[in-house]
Design a binder for this molecule. Structure first.
Ligand SMILES: Nc1ncnc2c1ncn2[C@@H]1O[C@H](COP(=O)(O)OP(=O)(O)OP(=O)(O)O)[C@@H](O)[C@H]1O
Length: 310
């Protein structure tokens, strides 16, 4: 896979506050990558550095072969950005906003605004003033605005903030669809981990001003989930402390919890159970992004988080 963004030894301070230090980071073309970390970890600062809005104190950044500190305009030409302040004109309609920015960005295709209004289901509201839009409609319009010039990279800082669950689902599924159809690389900061888990190809964790970890969910699972707990809905009764050598115990409802060395032991467990009992479902309890997030944070902060037994 081709590397689109490569960052080495990046550092940035504001006054005496060292916000980012020794940041190493890589993104492949066409990837959706989730940038995670607690409030104040430096995610927005990092995106601003990648975009060339601010300059680093040390280290190198290459975005599609360009250094943002030198060629910020070049990077902004091939990238779109959505931040908290979407920069929309509230007194103009949705369509007027897109047409205004299309003009400003020198977009040649006459029907690009209409195409995006269609893609983001805003056609019915295109003549309404943006000030009268719902939060979800405004977020979708901000995305449409960022995509007017068909950027190769999309930077999204909390794109689903303030949306209800339906709105979040909708925005994320638009993004996934757009990424699949166009191959646009997407870097997305969010705190809503179970939603990121659905659309991202990989994740980077900013912790204490540095990228503490980066990888696909599978890679992270292999590294951080030492004991996989699965909750199994079954007729099996856990009369002993282990089954086939796997620790087991009653869990909530009619579930039985088993501790496995990894997901590769699931078939062996199932084959064993099915010899005498029925199995209705198997639900992993601790290999989701949220569980891994706390493991990564714990390790980065020198705290050993005990694997959850539930
Ligand atoms: N222009 C600035 N001047 C001074 N300090 C700044 C500036 N921008 C950011 N900071 C500081 O840098 C740190 C990181 O901020 P940043 O906004 O990058 O974090 P974040 O990870 O995006 O947080 P959140 O999840 O809350 O959005 C914070 O302590 C913030 O106060």
């Amino acid at each position: 896979m081709e590397t689109l963004i490569e960052v080495k030894g990046l550092a940035k301070s504001f006054g005496k506050q060292l916000v980012l230090k020794n940041v190493n980071f890589r993104v492949n073309t066409g990837e959706i990558i989730g940038l995670l970390g607690p409030n104040g970890a430096g995610k927005t600062t990092f995106i601003r550095l990648l975009n060339g809005v601010i300059k680093p104190d040390a280290g190198t950044i290459l975005v599609n072969g360009m250094d943002p500190a030198i060629d910020g305009d070049g990077i902004r030409k091939i990238s779109g950005i959505v931040t908290e302040s979407a920069g929309l004109y509230h007194q103009l309609s949705g369509k007027e906003n897109l047409e205004f920015f299309a003009d400003l960005y020198g977009v040649k295709e006459k029907d690009r605004a209409e195409e995006l209004l269609r893609l983001f289901d805003l056609e019915a509201h295109q003549h309404k003033q943006v000030g009268k839009y719902s939060t979800g409609m405004r977020k979708r319009l901000a995305l449409a605005k960022a995509l007017l010039h068909k950027p190769e990279i999309l930077f999204l800082d909390e794109p689903t903030n303030g949306l209800d669950p339906d709105g979040v689902e909708q925005v994320l599924s638009y993004l996934k669809k757009y990424n699949e159809e166009t191959g646009t690389t997407i870097i997305i900061c969010s705190h809503v981990l179970h939603q990121l888990e659905k659309i991202c190809d990989s994740f980077a964790f900013i912790e204490q001003g540095t990228i503490a970890e980066q990888g696909t969910l599978e890679e992270l699972e292999d590294k951080y989930v030492g004991v996989l707990t699965v909750n199994v809905s079954t007729t099996f009764q856990p009369l002993h402390e282990t089954f086939l050598g796997f620790p087991c115990r009653p869990a909530s409802g009619s579930m039985v919890a088993f501790d496995l060395p990894s997901k590769h032991a699931v078939p062996e467990l199932l084959q064993g159970l099915l010899k005498t009992d029925a199995v209705f479902s198997v639900i992993p309890a601790n290999n989701d992004l949220q569980s891994i997030y706390f493991q990564v944070r714990g390790k980065a902060n020198g705290i050993i988080h005990q694997q959850s037994a539930h």
